[in-house]
Design a binder for this molecule. Structure first.
Ligand code: SAH
Ligand code: SF4
Ligand code: F3S
Length: 434
């Protein structure tokens, strides 16, 4: 008889993919079925994120909630980045938890559920050649990992401490996975890694031929059934001309680019150890707009990194003006354990941080209003993926705008031309023309 698994996923797309891998392993090797009600579950899992402080505190209160509602004998397992860095402490603070599985130990989930108390948070464990069982949350879009870990040591970031050093997944495995997903109907392949355009620098074992991320993009685009390729996150430092030109010239590569700025100030970028300057970032963004006029650029910005002066913050505002990002993810700096920046003594006052974040977001909203209204009467190619409750169907344009039209499930999985009639800040509304 099958058992029931309830799993909650926090954090980034890599966690989303890890959750799919966990479901796949437990389905095929332990006959678990996914369920959406924690009260019914035999196993409750939380796939955690620790990139900022807030989600970590939330974890222990959530475990408390699950303790109360779970059925007799049900297990609780914690995995992901918070599992990696808190490890054994999770057992101490929450004795009801039966296993703690680090973000780089996902392939051990079957062993974890079959062990009385299981702890494995080894960040040196190499999962880069492990062929996971198959499960996908969406039949239209397939996440495919291309690397594990991260070799950068940005001073604010906990990820290298939770996911370990960077190792590229062998291209054969990636192609095999992409091919299989595409044959099963996924027209879009979404490549994942912390540093995708650093691909190919180090594999698990020595390889004869050299290859980089541009080569990988071109290889995947040769799979006939693949119509769209997306990826996240690329690093601005590795945006060389070859990469930008491959991005521009390969018609299957979607024209939206994530360019995580973090700060517009060269001085703060140095303190963050990002490896590029304000000028390099602007040069790359403007070159990208020149090569691909329809491109949309998204970014991540941290406000109030330790030592950020008013002048430094104005540099971030200046990059906002000059690049006019189509989307931003901006957060206040949050000091994280194990990181260098947490030891810096020049932390910025919280009230100043809040004020800066508000200013940044207010200005960005105005920019977005201008950008979205310029889409009026445009015709965009949209891949429809999701039925909404209000009789609308949602999808993404090639350059990643969220588009909604009236329609039904027949639109799902199709790519159609849409005339934008009502552009709004968060979504563009339109009509199918073809
Ligand atoms: N590898 C990706 C980012 C992964 S973390 C990259 O380099 O772009 C995702 C985002 O979380 C980062 O881009 C950063 O903006 C944010 N972030 C990471 N650590 C943070 C911290 N300590 N405080 C606030 N935001 C942080
Ligand atoms: Fe963190 Fe920097 Fe690695 Fe991104 S590149 S995951 S921000 S250390
Ligand atoms: Fe969070 Fe780990 Fe992703 S810290 S953002 S889940 S890599």
């Amino acid at each position: 008889m099958s058992k029931k698994l309830y799993i909650e996923t926090l954090g980034c797309a890599m966690n989303t993919r890890d959750t799919e891998h966990i479901i796949a392993e437990l389905r095929t090797k332990e006959s678990y079925e996914l369920c959406s009600d924690a009260k019914q579950a035999d196993l409750i899992m939380i796939n955690t994120c620790s990139v900022r402080e807030k989600p970590v505190n939330k974890l222990f209160s959530e475990i408390g909630v699950f303790n109360k509602l779970k059925k007799e004998g049900a297990k609780i397992g914690i995995c992901g980045c918070t599992a990696s860095h808190l490890g054994d402490e999770i057992f101490k603070r929450a004795p009801s938890v039966s296993f703690v599985l680090g973000a780089r130990n996902v392939s051990k989930v079957v062993k974890a559920v079959n062990t009385e108390k299981f702890l494995d948070v080894d960040i040196d464990y190499d999962e880069s050649t492990y062929a996971f069982s198959e499960f996908r949350g969406s039949s239209y879009k397939a996440f495919v990992n291309i690397s594990i870990g991260c070799d950068k040591k940005c001073t604010y970031c906990i990820v290298p401490h939770t996911r370990g050093d960077e190792i590229s997944i062998p291209p054969e495995l990636i192609i095999q996975e992409a091919r299989k997903a595409a044959k099963n109907g996924a027209k879009e392949i979404f490549l994942l890694g912390q540093n995708v355009n650093n691909y190919g620098r180090r594999f698990s074992s020595k390889r004869d031929e050299k290859m980089d991320f541009s080569d990988l993009l071109n290889m995947i685009s040769e799979i006939e059934e693949v119509e769209r390729i997306r990826f996240t996150s690329p690093h601005p430092l590795h945006m060389d001309d070859k990469f930008l030109e491959t991005f521009a010239n390969n018609p299957k590569v979607c024209k939206s680019m994530h360019m995580p700025l973090q700060s517009g100030s060269t001085h703060i970028l140095e303190e963050m150890k990002r490896g590029y300057t304000k000028e390099w970032f602007l040069n790359r963004a403007l070159k990208l707009r020149e090569l691909v006029p329809e491109v949309s650029i998204s970014t991540d910005i941290i406000v109030a990194f330790p030592g950020e002066s008013d002048e430094d913050f104005e540099d971030s505002m200046d990059v906002l003006e000059k690049v006019r990002f189509e989307q931003i993810f901006a957060f206040k700096y949050s000091a994280r354990p194990l990181t260098k920046a947490a030891e810096f003594t020049n932390q910025v006052d919280n009230a100043v941080a809040s004020e800066r974040l508000k200013r940044l977001q207010t200005r960005q909203n105005d920019i977005l209003d201008e950008i979205s209204s310029s889409n009026s009467k445009n015709i965009l190619e949209v891949y429809f993926e999701e039925l909404r409750n209000n009789g609308m169907v949602a999808g993404r344009s090639d350059n990643n705008a969220l588009v909604q039209v009236e329609g039904n499930e027949e639109l799902l999985g199709t790519i159609r031309k849409v005339l934008i009639t009502n552009p709004r800040r968060l979504a563009l509304y339109g009509e199918i023309v073809k």
